[in-house]
Write a protein that binds this ligand. Structure first.
Ligand SMILES: [Zn+2]
Length: 320
């Protein structure tokens, strides 16, 4: 007996575009990942990045054993400001050679021959945690992604709060008036103390006067930057510079989180991102203790680590 063929493909592609890597997934349309691929983000401008995104997607399809035409569509989570309607990435702070708006959606759609939708990388990661990860079961939560920068997203009453398009930028909440200059141009941002890029700058300054194993660890691992893994190793080895800088980062995060929770009264705080996930439960507990000191009411929120890890952004993008 012959069965009717499925009318339309259900599988989806998701791409997470980061400053250092591109992560691709093929999913069954929900949270089940059928194939993955990861590549380095190339230097040299948006068109190169677009072609590498397409290659990474093809590699994930190979991994899944799925044809390109089997995909209903591809979602891309991209950093910076996005015009979702036109699929244009307006501004990208962390990718070399990408200085002007670029129509990433239309260009990638032409390259792949499948529909492409673009969204903000942090928003899609929050959406993935809401539907399939640590945000499940909460009607409202604050997502904080602690990595190269510090991103955030807000779910209130079951809905993603977007404001005029940029709500949730907890990394650029002021944690210290007149404090360190942030990449965004403002002073004293949470990110200026907690973002991995800023932490590395401060570690370099500290290394001129004090002993730290951070940069030895970096070289031993063959890396050219202080990755989340390097920070974790240095902390485990009792490196004083690492301990002080991460503690200062936690303080800044705690001010931002405490203020946001006081304002929004969310049920939970979900911490993800490279540093958030690598540093794990012990540091989550420190963030909780410090952030709770800045929360007005006695009924404190729950604190959870993001559950979807490295693939969260790409899975979230596939939902676009
Ligand atoms: Zn800032």
């Amino acid at each position: 007996m012959s069965r009717p063929r499925a009318a339309a493909p259900r599988m989806k592609g998701g791409l997470d575009l980061g400053g250092t890597k591109i992560q691709a997934v093929v999913t069954d349309g929900e949270a089940n990942v059928l194939g993955t691929a990861r590549r380095e983000t190339p230097h040299g401008g948006p068109e190169k990045v677009m072609l590498e995104l397409a290659e990474t997607m093809r590699a994930a399809l190979d991994d899944a054993g799925v044809e390109l035409m089997g995909l209903a569509g591809v979602g891309v989570g991209a950093p910076g400001s996005i015009d979702a309607d036109s699929g244009t990435v307006l501004q990208v702070p962390n990718i070399d050679g990408w200085h002007a708006p670029y129509p990433l959606g239309p260009a990638l759609q032409e390259e792949l021959g499948r529909p492409v939708v673009i969204g903000n990388d942090v928003n899609v990661a929050v959406e993935a945690e809401r539907r399939f990860g640590a945000g499940r079961g909460f009607d409202s939560f604050l997502g904080v992604f602690w990595g190269t920068g510090v991103g955030g997203g807000i779910v209130v009453d079951g809905k993603h709060l977007v404001g005029r398009g940029s709500a949730g930028e907890i990394g650029h909440v002021c944690s210290k008036p007149g404090g360190r200059r942030c990449n965004c141009g403002l002073e004293g941002c949470v990110e200026a103390y907690a973002g991995r890029a800023h932490l590395e700058e401060r570690a370099q300054e500290a290394a001129k006067e004090r002993k730290t194993i951070l940069f030895e660890l970096m070289e031993k691992r063959g890396r050219d930057r202080l990755t989340s893994g390097v920070w974790l190793k240095a902390l485990q080895a009792g490196d004083k510079v690492a301990e002080e800088l991460i503690q200062r980062a936690v303080q800044a995060l705690a001010v931002g989180i405490g203020s946001a929770v006081t304002l929004l009264d969310v049920e939970a705080v979900v911490i993800g991102g490279g540093l958030g996930e690598r540093l794990g439960p012990d540091w989550l507990a420190r963030i909780e203790t410090e952030a709770n000191q800045h929360i007005f009411f006695d009924d404190k929120p729950a604190y959870r680590l993001a559950e979807l890890g490295d693939l969260g952004g790409a899975i979230g993008a596939s939902l676009l």
